[in-house]
Design a protein around this ligand. Sequence first.
Ligand code: NA7
Length: 543
Amino acid sequence: EARFNAEILDVVIVGAGFAGLYMLHKLRTLGFSAKVFEAAEDVGGTWYWNRYPGARCDVESVQYSYSFDPALEQEWRWSERFATQPEILRYINHVADRFDLRRDIVLNTRIKAAEFDEKSGHWTLTTADGAAIESRFCVMATGCLSASRLPAIDGLDCFAGEVLHTALWPREPFDFTGKRVGAIGTGSSGIQAIPLIAAQAQHVTVFQRTPNFSVPARNWDMTDDYERSWKESYPALRKRARESTWSGTLYEFSDKGAMEVDEATRQAEYERRWQTGGANFMHAFNDLLISEASNQTAADFVRGKIRQIVRDPRTAEALLPFDHPLAAKRICVDTDYYATYNRDNVELVDIRNEPINAITPEGLSAGGRDYAFDVLVFATGFDAMTGALNAIDIRGRDQRCLSDEWRDGPRSYLGLMVAGFPNLFTVTGPGSPSVLSNMIVSIEQHVDWIAECLCHLNEAGLDLIEAYSGAQTEWGQEVNAAAERTLYPRAGSWYMGANIPGKARMFMPYVGGLGNYRRICAEIAADGYRGFRLQGIRSAAAM
Ligand code: NA7
């Protein structure tokens, strides 16, 4: 493969999580030169940073894993139904070693700028230390939930105790023994962490702004039978996941709407799924995210469970989610979350009624009351989908800056490329199924598509690919139309950009179905990369 200049990398990849590692592996096996740049001290991405107690994936371990290597998926043994963060991180490290990826990964190196040069068609990336790397293509594998955020609460800097964020957790387990803890945020991270912190700490006060819907995980130790049932049929099951009409995770899908069955049948079905655990609950009927009336029945069921579990009626009442349809904000999957409020050392403060006024050196004040804490735990989420990209000064044609282009919401073609930014790919970018799918399935699809695209350019003697803005606009309409067919836009979620003050409201993931999306991407490629301009810069320059 002498085609590419040895001085200049074919591809530079930003991020060494699931996406960056597979991208590197894939490109190397195809003969491209590539390097990964990673800000952290080690590989893992999300699973490197989110070390808080209770951190687990809410997709079953047998499904939340790479499928690209049949030997890998047969050999690796998951120890639980839902893998913990340390186990997933071990798996990622194993993959990095097994495929000898580390020699092309540069750690401790944050990319702060990326600039496209129209003459050469190359990208130049600049590290935080000022070093420059030139490449022909750039793949942003920067993650969708990687730019964590602390809310702007007065006085945060003056707190005398320890401040922790779930997504920036210390590498050594934090010992909460004897500590008075204030916990802010009750999304997936808070809901996973709070029960374990409460089991160790002297006292936990949870400050809740919006109650969420959470269903029990009912995690269990992996059984030989369950493992075998997957490993025996992996190729067929993975294929089904890739082509699924829904999200790329195989659940027990229903072919009935909630209103097609009688009340007793409906309740029995919810109960059965509540008992078996996991996000399988939201597939009890096929219209829970489409029909408001159907959704209401599932939401009522969960609210009923909360009332049953939580003994103090005032606390139970405060925990009931009413402001959005079930699962229109990501449904949480917990272990003993609601029951944690029955502990003597746990208190819930509803900050809709008692707003946080300020953080003080001793703790915080809310609703006119002063609280004293040794530790503040923020589980306040992320600038999702766009945060990590906007944190890099990305300049395309005419020095146009990506974060400016995205001021009114992220526009992209297929969530893969942005008009005006040639040769720059985003893995699971906004406008693709991304965070509303099994991330590993989506990552593999994007990586395979990008790799095939680069091979195609190579074979055709071309070296530039760019999305047409018309194609991008049409795709944006498609993404929007798909969202409008669901209840998702009814929630002020991070899918909508609603958790970040000042961020444009726009439904970012594509919810038209994973299998469908995959087909569209494949057809576009087969159709000569319809909607993309393909060009030979060097051949043009040589003439
Ligand atoms: P989420 O789901 O964004 O949750 C963040 C939580 O923090 C949520 O309860 C927020 O309440 C709360 N929050 C945010 N800002 C504030 C302020 N200023 N004051 C009080 N409370 C606040 O993040 P997670 O890390 O839990 O989960 C993100 C995803 O990671 C998850 O869905 C999985 O896919 C993995 P709000 O609802 O905004 O009122």
